[in-house]
Design a protein. Structure first.
Length: 472
């Protein structure tokens, strides 16, 4: 069912502007705990102890109440154990999970789409207990030292744990997190010299890693299989200095006639820092035929494709083949409003994880001090143009003159924002669609061709050098 009074789109922006009860209080408790971690919990000062007590009060009346209250008391006395730090991580994660759920409930109201009733199975596997204990010990040392107290000796304590974990597939998720977290901390040492500390981010990483040290928490849930038609909506590209990820958001129509559902398919690859822009597709393309289908505006037929309860397709080209043409904007107008949103695993319930496909049209765009907003049925909605990748033809300028937009609804800095994936606009008096992933399968655009050639040359040189080193 599509909501009324949409201003020509399929989303009620007015609902996204209304306050959510309890949201500010939950985030205030999280922020207070994060500030306590900045100075460390070895010998907490009164302000830090108050932050710990505030976290305990925020989860009063929940199954965590007694454990977190005990942890706050022990930590205030400088006597917190590893189990107490786990309790803090659980309480913080639960609070942010409640924020996620409240924000998603409002998104469901605004889009009028149902949430999937499928549940994510609880983890229950067995893992190497000694390595998990070692990881928990290092994370506890971090909490005691605090971000201001980190130095290379403290940070390097993770190295032997990570190297022992990596060969075990069941521990690789935690190992990768610890490795990346330690590298980020090492690049910031000494903590006492930092002018700005990313308190929320580091507390997020610390809490997640701490909970993943619980046996079975990092287990991948059992997957099902997807048989039917995949209708791509757009591509989200996330680039870092040494890695790049492309995530395709799509509507999946099961062959058995069940309700369509929103799914994702992603591919991540390492990259040299010299490969940028459209050259990124050369690294991604060989690993996923779906990227070519997105660029060509085609659907795909899936047969036995593994899929998680959260709607993540574990992509394998052997389970997919290109099918008929499928216009993304036709999919957004016809199939998206009836597609069920995916469920979220308990540990993934975090405001930063919200990325919900939405469709807007009939809006007006306004630019104010470089910030772009859409006005939908008289209500403003911030546009996150910073997330538009340079690896495609979509630009902030094109978004500003567009009349329809497929995007991802996110929540950042206290407000909902839409990240454009594709827009409909007018170029030389002709209506055209411009996609962020328009160059995924190749391009004739001059700038794109130059970037692809530069990437080819850079990768060829690196492969030649790597081959020379291996021959020595």
């Amino acid at each position: 069912m599509v909501p009324a009074d949409q201003g020509g789109g399929v989303m009620r922006a007015d609902l996204l502007r209304e306050p959510i009860a309890g949201l500010d209080e939950a985030l205030t408790a999280v922020d207070a705990f994060d500030r306590a971690l900045v100075a460390g919990l070895l010998r907490p000062q009164p302000a830090q102890a108050a932050g710990l007590t505030g976290l305990a009060h925020a989860v009063a009346g929940t199954p965590l109440a007694a454990r977190v209250a005990e942890a706050a008391e022990k930590a205030a006395a400088g006597a917190a154990s590893e189990d107490h730090f786990v309790a803090f991580a659980a309480a913080r994660t639960a609070l942010l999970g409640s924020v996620h759920d409240a924000l998603m409930a409002r998104v469901e109201e605004a889009t009028g789409r149902p949430r999937s009733e499928e549940s994510v199975p609880a983890p229950g596997g067995q893992q190497a207990a000694n390595l998990l204990i070692a990881a928990r010990s290092w994370l506890s040392d971090l909490a005691r030292s605090g971000w201001q107290g980190i130095d290379h000796d403290v940070v390097s304590g993770s190295a032997h744990v990570v190297s022992a974990m990596l060969p075990d597939p069941g521990l690789r998720r935690l190992a990768t997190l610890l490795d990346g977290f330690a590298a980020e901390l090492a690049a910031s040492c000494p903590g006492a010299a930092l002018e700005r500390i990313p308190a929320r981010r580091w507390a997020d990483l610390w809490s997640r890693a701490m909970l993943l040290t619980l046996p079975g928490a990092a287990d991948v849930p059992m997957t099902g299989t997807a048989i039917g038609r995949l209708l791509p909506l757009g591509v989200d590209v996330q680039e870092h200095a040494t890695a790049v990820q492309a995530q395709v958001h799509a509507v999946f129509e099961p062959a058995d006639g069940a309700a369509p559902r929103l799914v994702r398919a992603g591919v991540s690859v390492p990259k040299p820092d010299t490969v940028v822009g459209a050259g990124l597709w050369q690294l991604l393309r060989p690993h996923m035929s779906l990227l070519a289908a997105v660029s060509e505006g085609r659907s795909m037929e899936l047969t036995g494709m593994p899929v998680t309860p959260e709607g993540d397709l574990l992509w394998s080209d052997e389970h997919a083949r290109p099918s008929e043409p499928a216009d993304a904007f036709a999919t957004a107008r016809v199939a998206l409003p009836t597609a069920t949103d995916a469920v979220t695993a308990p540990l993934d319930r975090h405001p930063a994880r919200i990325a919900v496909p939405v469709f807007l049209e009939g809006y007006s765009a306004r630019k104010d001090n470089a910030a772009l907003t859409f006005t939908v049925a008289g209500h403003s909605l911030a546009v996150d143009t910073d997330r538009i990748p340079t690896a495609g033809p979509l630009t902030p300028e094109a978004v500003a003159v567009s009349g329809a937009c497929i995007g991802l609804l996110r929540w950042d800095a206290g407000t909902y924002r839409v990240q454009p994936l594709a827009v409909e606009t007018t170029v030389r008096k002709k209506a055209v669609a411009i996609h962020a992933g328009g160059w995924a399968g190749g391009t004739t655009d001059k700038a794109g061709v130059r970037a692809e050639k530069a990437a080819t040359d850079a990768v060829a040189v690196l492969r030649e050098r790597a081959g020379r080193l291996l021959r020595k």
